[in-house]
Design a protein around this ligand. Structure first.
Ligand code: G3P
Ligand code: CA
Length: 311
């Protein structure tokens, strides 16, 4: 059906305004430019215009929430060199086996593979290891400090990494994270914070203890309407892997109809999905066609500029 020219222009204008509201979520900080989950990476993401900065969180042996993507320290620190003999039988060095004081002695750098080679070419030099792992509290203090000094209001987006693993070791990751969040004033859905997890049980538990917005991460192909309905019973958002979303675009409509925000991961300008010609093309599809509500990205700067151009 052909629409009246003026109505078409109005509709196009509204669509453009909606696109500009898409959240830029800095994935592990500005991780394309500085080692992931370091304070400089978080500061850079703040300066680059991120709306939210992501923290993956695990516990130390003394129950302090630290910002680290993996359960192990192997891929981003010099733990094997500093603490030889502290690995488990599987050869890995688990953060949960080290006190915060020990973790603070580690040097952090760009992610490497099992052979010590950088996982992504052309990022920060992997042999530069002069940074430290932050606690969740330290990263929050940095972001709140920058919010005050810049007048911006950047939020935090905390992922609980494998609560089941922690529970098996007698540790309560959800309770430890909530304690830190509450101490820094993040208490409910009106505050600039999301909690995310791949584990439905973790989110269901959180729902019973907090009104902070919850996001169910999804890396499987079960993006059915029944799944959407189930998730909407305990969460306010979903974070699907972009590869699966590209195969099931109708999931976005179904999720949004169930009042779930849709924040897919992970958008990388230096690692495009197969068949995608440019980062702009990738963003065009997810922002202008699928109309997602937010994007996890390693490049908050490029993503911010793209969205600002839509305004
Ligand atoms: O939390 C969204 C995205 O970060 C999930 O993937 O493995 O990078 O934590 P991962
Ligand atoms: Ca994450």
């Amino acid at each position: 059906m052909k629409c009246h020219q003026l109505l078409c222009l109005l509709w196009a204008g509204m669509a453009t305004m909606a696109s500009a509201d898409v959240l830029v979520i800095a994935h592990r900080g500005a991780s394309a430019y500085l080692p992931e989950h370091t304070l400089p990476a978080a500061a850079m993401a703040h300066a680059m215009g991120a709306d939210y900065i992501e923290q993956d969180v695990v516990l130390s042996a003394d129950d302090v929430p630290i910002v680290l993507h993996d359960l192990t320290l192997d891929a981003t620190t010099d733990v094997a060199r500093r603490f030889p003999g502290r690995g488990r039988d599987d050869g890995h060095f688990y953060a949960i086996d080290f006190s915060l004081a020990e973790i603070k002695t580690l040097s952090v750098g760009e992610r490497v593979d099992g052979s010590g080679n950088a996982r992504r070419a052309d990022r920060f030099p992997a042999d530069e290891k002069f940074l430290q792992l932050p606690t969740l509290a330290e990263e929050i203090e940095l972001i709140q400090g920058l919010n005050r000094s810049t007048g911006r209001d950047v939020g935090i987006y905390v992922e609980l990494k494998n609560s089941a693993f922690h529970a098996a070791a007698g540790k309560e990751l959800p309770a430890a994270v909530l304690q830190v969040l509450y101490a820094y004033g993040y208490r409910n859905a009106g505050h600039k914070v999301y909690l995310q997890s791949f584990e439905p049980a973790t989110l269901r538990l959180l729902k019973d203890h907090t009104s902070i917005r919850l996001v169910q991460l999804l890396e499987d192909k079960q993006l059915t309407e029944a799944r959407v309905k189930e998730i909407a019973s305990y969460a306010q958002g979903v974070g699907p892997w972009i590869g699966f979303l590209a195969d099931a675009p109708e999931f976005v409509v179904a999720a949004q109809a169930a009042k779930l925000e849709v924040h897919p991961f992970t958008f990388r300008a230096d690692q495009l999905p197969r068949g995608v010609a440019s980062y702009t093309q990738l963003l065009d599809y997810f922002v202008r066609e699928l109309k997602v509500d937010g994007l996890f990205t390693d490049q908050p700067d490029i993503t911010r500029r793209y969205l600002d151009r839509l305004r």
